[in-house]
Design a protein around this ligand. Structure first.
Ligand SMILES: Nc1ncnc2c1ncn2[C@@H]1O[C@H](COP(=O)(O)OP(=O)(O)O)[C@@H](O)[C@H]1O
Ligand SMILES: [Mg+2]
Length: 251
């Protein structure tokens, strides 16, 4: 069953056609990768799906519901959450508190809103603590729960972001370049983590440039070039398509 359907999704910025009449179907419980050269429209696509950007045209259906143009907090409440290319955390807060905010965040609207509401929401909420600890254990950060988030390594920050998404109880996660800046050991850990998340039935949709990672973990790969889908299918299919090799894989 498809958990996400995108139809004729379109967005331009001034004279740039960032995403052009894009159709996609994402199967529930799968790992799907969205790849393509820089500027292909990948992040714009994620932004439109998750309510951070209103499309010029087209529709987004999540679990059969038309969520086109919904604000991000409402999309998140439906169980569709995303991470960003640039990790945002509250550096002064502990790792655990960063996650607690997320586990309570289903009804909230973005990080700044979270900050204002933080003090009243987080006050000894036992369930939030339990959910948060479980998410941190899942991503392997349990030993760092008391550390201020700003002391985490870059790789750990990425894991914190994924834990934050997990703690919301999301059924689908969009991860924008989760492996960027990670060393090869961290990328392997990330791959195992994503497979583990998939095994729980959570759908993963990721953008990444690490071809080894993408080919290794994805059930389906979708290739974008200049805002349009030029190929999609199983990794081994996609990697041999001449258009893909030409547009992206190069050598
Ligand atoms: N907020 C914006 N304003 C103007 N142009 C943008 C904006 N966001 C993206 N673009 C342009 O849209 C195109 C697609 O960008 P993006 O979706 O970020 O690509 P990708 O994530 O595949 O690298 C690029 O040409 C980019 O410069
Ligand atoms: Mg991008």
């Amino acid at each position: 069953m498809d958990i996400l359907k995108v139809r004729s999704l379109t967005k331009s910025f001034d004279s740039i056609m960032a995403v052009s009449s894009l159709d996609m179907d994402i199967e529930g419980g799968s790992i799907t990768a969205l790849i393509g050269p820089n500027g292909a429209g990948k992040t714009t696509t994620f932004n439109m799906i998750t309510g951070f950007l209103k499309p010029d045209a087209g529709r987004v259906f999540f679990k059969g519901q038309d969520i086109t143009g919904w604000p991000a907090y409402k999309v998140a409440r439906m169980g569709l959450v995303r991470t960003f290319q640039k990790v945002e955390v509250f550096g002064g807060l502990s790792v655990l508190d960063n996650i607690k905010v997320a586990s309570l965040g289903r009804a909230m609207q973005g990080l700044f809103r979270w900050m204002f509401k933080y003090s009243s929401y987080v006050r000894e909420d036992k369930k939030a603590v339990e959910t948060s600890l479980r998410a941190l254990e899942d991503v392997g950060l349990k030993d760092s729960i008391d550390k201020p988030a700003r002391l985490l390594t870059f790789g750990q920050l990425r894991l914190l972001e994924i834990a934050r998404a997990l703690a919301t109880g999301a059924s689908m996660m969009l991860l924008d370049e989760p492996a960027a800046g990670l060393n090869s050991v961290e990328v392997e850990d990330l791959a195992s983590l994503m497979k583990e998340i998939r095994s729980r039935g959570v759908t993963i949709f990721l953008i990444d440039h690490d071809m080894k990672l993408v080919m290794d973990i994805s059930d389906t790969v979708i290739v974008l070039d200049q805002g349009a889908r030029i190929a999609s299918g199983r990794p081994e299919q996609v990697r041999t398509e001449p258009r893909v090799i030409e547009a992206y894989l190069g050598t």
